[in-house]
Design a protein around this ligand. Structure first.
Ligand code: ATP
Ligand code: MG
Length: 140
C-alpha cells in the first residue's frame, strides 16, 4: 500500500452527538478519499490494545473506558501527504487549542473526548488500518 494513507476514528462522543455526517463531509471536502470504513464498537480489551502506547499515562484508564463506551466509525483515508494533512484538519488534541474551523474546534468537548483520532505517522497509519480492516476490506 502507498504511504499516502491515514487512519481515523470518529470517537464515541461525536457519534453520540450526531456529528458523523458533518465530520465525513469535512473529510471529503478536504480532499480525502475514503478507502475503507465501518461503524463498529471497540471492546475495552481492543481499545486498550489500540492505545497501548499510552499505557503508562495517567489518563489511560479513562481513555480506554471512553473509547469503548459506544460505537465509533473507523476509516482509512487516502490523499497526498495524508497523515500530516489530516492532523492539520483535525486540530490540536485539546480542542481549546485547536485552530478555528478544525474538526476538534468544531466538535470536540474536552482533551479526553475530542471527537476524532488521527494516526501520527505513515507506519502507525498502516498498523492501525490493519488493526481494523482486512486487506479485502480496502478499496482504492
Ligand atoms: P489521537 O491519537 O486520538 O488522534 P492525539 O494524537 O492528538 O490523539 P495523543 O497524545 O495520541 O493525542 O493522545 C491520545 C488520546 O488520549 C487523545 O486523543 C485523548 O483522547 C486522550 N488524551 C490525551 N491527553 C489527555 C489528557 N491529558 N487527559 C485526558 N485524555 C487525554
Ligand atoms: Mg495520537
Amino acid at each position: 500500500m502507498s504511504g499516502n494513507i491515514t487512519f481515523t476514528m470518529i470517537k464515541p462522543d461525536a457519534v453520540k452527538a450526531g456529528h458523523i455526517g458533518n465530520i465525513l463531509a469535512k473529510i471529503n471536502g478536504a480532499g480525502f478519499q475514503i478507502i475503507a470504513m465501518k461503524y463498529t464498537k471497540l471492546s475495552a480489551e481492543k481499545a486498550g490494545e489500540f492505545y497501548a502506547v499510552h499505557k503508562e499515562r495517567p489518563f489511560y484508564g479513562e481513555l480506554v473506558e471512553f473509547m469503548s463506551s459506544g460505537p465509533i466509525v473507523a476509516a482509512v483515508l487516502k490523499k497526498e501527504n495524508a497523515v500530516a494533512d489530516f492532523r492539520e484538519l483535525i486540530g490540536a488534541t485539546n480542542p481549546a487549542e485547536a485552530k478555528e474551523g478544525t474538526i476538534r474546534a468544531l466538535y470536540a468537548t474536552s482533551i479526553g473526548e475530542n471527537a476524532v483520532h488521527g494516526a501520527d505517522s505513515d507506519e502507525n497509519a498502516r498498523i492501525e488500518a490493519s488493526f481494523h480492516f482486512a486487506g479485502t476490506e480496502m478499496f482504492e
